[in-house]
Design a protein around this ligand. Structure first.
Ligand SMILES: O=C(O)CCC(=O)C(=O)O
Ligand SMILES: [Fe+2]
Length: 378
């Protein structure tokens, strides 16, 4: 059963009750799971939970831990600023990583470890806030600029995933900065500093990718207009029976580039040549992946790549993913220079905001949103 074709199963997550025996339900799993409060809250109210509640059991085709480990391409970003020879070879390495993997790791990126650690710390502090405080940001609207939630991003019915998240828009800050939380007290300053550095990094990588595609090196940045940045902090608490669920189902990201960092707990898996492979954490590095916008812009030369997150029984995993794309009102479509006159445009133009809404409201995951705007079945 393919992962992306089988969600959601028919069980309802809204009113589910547990059908385990009495002994096994001492932790009150037989009560309705008020899933909107989050998995962290849920396990705190059921500390002796030994079994995964049925609503979290996903129809996986195989044990998600029966995969091999892979080393994704490593790019030394400092070489982009060196002699033109180094720059050219780095641009080539990035281009080949985009084509073959859609994922790469960056080292020597110039962002201080302290800035990364501070961001992780405030993300953790956010999830440690009281439920009441976090619920202030709970919303059914997937386009809400600040949003606390759990499971997938969508408000539609789906099987539950073992994850809580906190998302908010970043650059251009003047639109939504005032909506960011004031608690934890230093959240705004730390997140803003982090997002400013990450935006610069994304622009640097975007310029190399533009060059690699044979475009002007400012092409992607220019296509962004004012641009759009979104931070997603993901919180994956320890899970009983982690082999039966996921923190995040297979999906591709909607933007051009996502820059991901995490605490020291592994969990990221990437689909490569139709196989899931685990990508280990390397401290001080970022994992970069291309999203649907870049697949569309390159008219399919680069493919956005499906990825997912596993959870584990012992440790909380926290990841911070920052997506980058064009301003929300831009119409997105392939770069005309990349459409061969004999070839057809492979993606219908669509307003980026509408595309995000489409991608965020699907419960089918995988690359279903991109498939919906494709003009060919290639
Ligand atoms: O937690 C991870 O490693 C992946 C997160 C992710 O893919 C996302 O937030 O889009
Ligand atoms: Fe993602």
């Amino acid at each position: 059963m393919a992962l992306n074709s089988s969600y959601p199963p028919e069980s309802s997550m809204y009113t589910s009750s547990c059908d385990e025996s009495k002994e096994e339900t001492q932790n009150d799993m037989s009560t309705v799971i008020d899933y909107k409060k989050g998995v962290k809250h849920f396990i705190e109210t059921a500390p002796d939970m030994k079994k995964l509640p049925p609503d979290f059991v996903l129809p996986l085709s195989a044990n998600p831990f029966s995969v091999s480990y892979a080393e994704i391409p490593v790019i030394d970003l400092s070489r982009l600023a060196e002699s033109s020879e180094s720059r050219i070879s780095t641009v080539k390495a990035i281009s080949s990583a985009c084509e073959l993997w859609g994922f790469f790791r960056i080292v020597n990126h110039g962002i201080d470890m302290g800035v990364i650690e501070e961001m992780l710390k405030v993300a953790e502090e956010f999830f440690d806030l009281s439920l009441m405080e976090k619920m202030k940001y709970s919303s059914e609207d997937v386009m809400n600029p600040v949003r606390y939630g759990t499971s997938l991003n969508t408000s539609k019915k789906h099987s539950l995933h073992w994850r809580d998240y906190f998302r908010h828009y970043g650059h251009p800050f003047h639109h939504t900065f005032h909506l960011w939380p004031l608690n934890p007290p230093n959240y705004r300053n730390v997140a803003k500093e982090y997002l400013e550095h990450i935006w610069e990094l994304a622009m640097k990588i975007g310029s190399a990718i533009s060059e690699g595609l044979g475009l002007d090196n400012g092409y992607i940045k220019k296509s962004f207009g004012e641009g759009f940045q979104i931070l997603a902090a993901n919180y994956y608490p320890p899970c009983p029976e982690p082999e039966k669920t996921l923190g995040l189902a297979a999906h591709s990201d909607h933007g051009a580039l996502t820059i991901l960092m995490q605490n020291c707990v592994n969990g990221l898996q990437v689909k490569h040549n139709d196989q899931w492979v685990a990508v280990d954490h390397v401290p001080g590095t970022f994992v970069v992946n291309i999203g649907d916008y870049l697949e569309i812009l390159s008219n399919g030369k680069y493919k956005s790549v499906e990825h997912r997150a596993t959870v584990n029984a012992q440790k909380t995993r926290i990841s911070v993913a920052v997506g980058h794309g064009p301003e929300l009102s831009n119409v997105i479509g392939p770069a005309t220079q990349l459409v061969d006159p004999t070839d057809e445009i492979q993606y219908q133009p669509i307003v980026y905001k509408d595309y995000i809404r489409l991608q965020q409201t699907t419960t089918i995951r995988g690359k279903s949103a991109l498939q919906a705007v494709r003009t060919t079945s290639k």
